[in-house]
Design a protein around this ligand. Structure first.
Ligand code: 2AM
Length: 477
């Protein structure tokens, strides 16, 4: 009996995805470069299930119904190109190659064109949700050859997370051509960086500023979880504050304060700079990880550089509420920036993205899943061309309501010497974006003064240059 789906690469994500596909009633052929992993799977978790273990790519290809669906879950980068080269001669016209790895979108743009030129179809899909998501229901963001979608749709939507009142809306929709799916996955990851950084800033204010214990932090996050901040990241943060170490004390307090990164946040920042859009939250989050990684340098500097006493002297309950406001308003700015970047990328790459759908893809299964995304979906459904989430009535009102607390938190953090780069960057973005006038008139004057870069005028159209040196007032001798 031929298989419905082929999967190559049996590391944790690949193996769990294969088990997920099989659990929905499909027959799955699997292959791994190190073939002992195939045997381990067949003898272990796949035992008694609808699996065919293959020891070569030829075996895998000949085990599949046509048009074949072959998903690659291997290390992103050259391994994918090598596999594509090996698979092309084995496949038949109309067969579909799927890359479910954390691939840089530009590689997927290139590979889609290349694979299509060989008469095959290509699908680069973002997959989010970690190990558990892969097994039980990830968020999936597929892009590539449009003609691949009707073929992969049944299996993809079957394995994806489900949301909605009846748990029947799959977190998987066609995103767009070529690298669009992987781009949206990257923005998801960048937003995840921002969400995590903002939660950490709230944590730092609550501990450094208010001296809350882990028990108190648990209660604060439980309270936040019940409200509009309800999300997976708030939930796991709450739970972290309940976990004890073997020898007493809380595990979180024993963890080295040095963050790692795999680079998707950095990609998003770099691409924001290329597009000329201000994705400042993800960028601050990346830099915050960089600064955290300089542990030894910070230890040295901490012995030399001074700052104020970080203890907050005002009302504790109010400050906790204001920190919640800061977190919520900053989160809105962060998502607003992420969607603006996707809009700019969609224009640049000619991807007809549906932004409401993008919000729904992240509604379940993935790390940034949150009730909040329903509001984003509604905002883009009401106005598919919405320029900025901050302009949608719901979010405009939410920021209106939160901003006093948010401003108080950013001002207090500055006075207490507690770093809040994401909260502060979000506020600067908000205050910059809502201004009709910015000081860039002076900037243009400076550029024209030293470099004749010219300027436009508010009172008449055209391009102007001034002889600043001749016109200036002579300084007093
Ligand atoms: P391995 O078990 O043989 O190392 C994550 O690293 C997954 O990608 C693993 O299944 C790994 O196979 C696979 N992988 C890494 N590089 C590969 C390559 N060049 N060709 C095929 N599979 C590769």
């Amino acid at each position: 009996e031929l298989c419905d789906f082929g999967l190559i690469g049996l590391a944790v994500m690949g193996e769990n995805l294969a088990l997920n596909v099989e659990s929905r009633g499909y027959r799955v052929a699997v292959f791994n470069r190190t073939t002992s992993k195939v045997d381990d799977l067949m003898a272990g978790r796949a035992k008694g299930k609808q699996f065919v273990g293959c020891h070569s790519l030829e075996d895998l290809v000949s085990s599949l119904k046509t048009p074949r669906q072959v998903m690659m879950m291997v290390k992103a980068g050259p391994a994918v190109d090598d596999l594509i080269e090996t698979l092309i001669p084995l496949l038949s016209p109309g067969d579909i190659l799927i890359d479910g790895g954390n691939t840089f979108y530009a590689d997927t743009e290139r590979r889609t064109k290349y694979v299509e030129s060989k008469g095959l179809l290509y699908c680069g899909t973002g997959v989010s949700g970690g190990e558990e998501g892969a097994l039980l229901g990830p968020s999936m963001m597929p892009g590539g050859s449009e003609a691949a979608w009707p073929h992969v749709k049944p299996i993809f939507q079957a394995i994806a997370a489900k949301v909605g009142p009846n748990d029947d809306i799959p977190c998987c929709e066609w995103v767009g051509p070529r690298g669009a799916g992987h781009y949206v996955k990257m923005v998801h990851n960048g937003i995840e960086y921002g969400d995590m950084q903002m939660i950490c800033e709230a944590y730092f204010l609550l501990t450094e500023g208010l001296g809350l214990s882990n028990e108190e932090l648990y209660d604060v996050f439980e309270d936040w979880y019940q409200g509009e901040l309800n999300s997976y990241l708030i939930e796991i943060t709450r739970d972290i504050f309940s976990v004890m170490d073997d020898d007493g004390g809380y595990l979180v307090d024993k963890i080295m304060d040095r963050a790692g990164a795999k680079g998707t946040g950095k990609w998003m920042s770099q691409l924001a700079l290329d597009l000329g859009v201000p994705s400042t939250l993800v960028t601050e989050a990346v830099y915050a990880r960089c600064l955290s990684a300089m542990k030894e340098a910070r230890v040295r500097a901490s012995k030399v550089l001074s700052g104020p006493n970080p203890k907050y002297s005002g009302d504790k309950t109010n400050f906790i509420e204001q920190i919640r406001d800061a977190l919520y308003a900053s989160k809105i700015c962060s998502y607003a920036q992420g969607f603006v970047q996707m809009q700019a990328a969609a224009i640049e790459h000619d991807w007809p993205l549906n932004f409401g759908d993008c919000a729904m893809l992240w509604r379940g299964g993935c790390i940034i899943r949150a009730v909040f995304l329903d509001r984003i979906k509604e905002a883009f459904d009401a106005d598919p061309k919405l320029e900025n989430l901050l302009l949608a009535p719901y979010f405009q009102e939410a920021v209106e309501r939160s901003q006093d607390g948010w401003r108080h938190v950013v001002a207090s953090a500055a006075q207490l010497g507690i770093p809040t780069p994401a909260f502060s960057a979000a506020l600067a973005y908000y205050d910059g974006y809502r201004r009709e006038r910015l000081p860039a008139n002076l900037l243009q004057a400076q550029r024209d003064y030293f470099g004749a870069h010219t300027f436009e005028r508010l009172d008449k159209p055209g391009t102007f240059h001034a002889e600043w040196i001749q016109l200036r007032k002579k300084p007093k001798q």
